[in-house]
Design a protein around this ligand. Structure first.
Ligand SMILES: *[C@@H]1O[C@H](CO)[C@@H](O)[C@H](O)[C@H]1NC(C)=O
Length: 201
């Protein structure tokens, strides 16, 4: 019986290890749009770090709401413990509901060295990062798209001032992370300045 139970636990633990693709690219590169399209036809769950943070900001009684609001407004990167906890909880909840849903597109994370170190520390051995899906897009195209989106998205950070800060943060902090993964041959790059359908194909 002990053998059966332990082999079962072993199989469960194998089954439960999340397979992760990090989705990175500048603001407006189309990460969210394309993740939704991938989810349509492949067995991935899309987790947007930004969406999880915005949901936490809005959650009644959240102890981090105000802090998150300030960081987002300033275009700064939210402390890594908060983001990783939200991601982890979302992955666990997804797999508890359906053990077959262990593949995740994590969009907008890791955004800087601190994010990456936090992930490596907390998630070491708990998830496999397969590769980085990199949406490569010029700043001009990105800014234009975000300003267009800002007209209807209602996002507090889709205005020119927040955008410029977000792009600075992206160039200074996120690009080096992509380059780091590139050195390990773990980046798949997509030309994201093309139309939604072309990128999707
Ligand atoms: C998903 O697959 C269907 C059937 O092959 C196809 O018509 C559709 O365009 C695909 N969706 C995306 C987003 O690629």
């Amino acid at each position: 019986l002990i053998f059966l139970v332990s082999s079962l636990l072993y199989r469960v633990s194998l089954m439960m290890k999340p397979q992760v693709v990090f989705v990175l690219g500048g603001p407006g590169a189309g990460k969210g749009t394309q993740c939704s399209k991938i989810v349509e036809n492949y067995s991935y769950t899309h987790l947007s770090a930004g969406d999880l943070l915005r949901a936490e900001r809005a959650r009644e009684g959240s102890e981090f709401g105000q802090l998150i609001a300030n960081y987002i407004k300033e275009g700064k990167i939210v402390p890594v413990e908060i983001t990783i906890n939200l991601l982890r909880k979302a992955m666990e909840e997804t797999m508890e509901k359906d053990a077959k849903k262990f593949r995740f597109l994590i969009d907008g994370f890791p955004r800087n060295e601190d994010n990456l170190q936090g992930w490596n520390t907390v998630m070491d051995g708990k998830a496999d990062v397969k590769f980085v899906l990199f949406f490569d897009c010029s700043n001009e195209v990105c800014i234009h798209r975000c300003l267009e989106r800002g007209k209807s998205s209602g996002r507090t950070d889709d205005n020119r001032e927040s955008l410029e800060k977000r792009i600075q943060t992206y160039l200074q902090s996120t690009r080096p992370i992509i380059e780091l993964y590139e050195k390990h041959g773990k980046v798949r790059t997509i030309d994201a300045s093309r139309s939604v359908d072309e990128v999707s194909k």
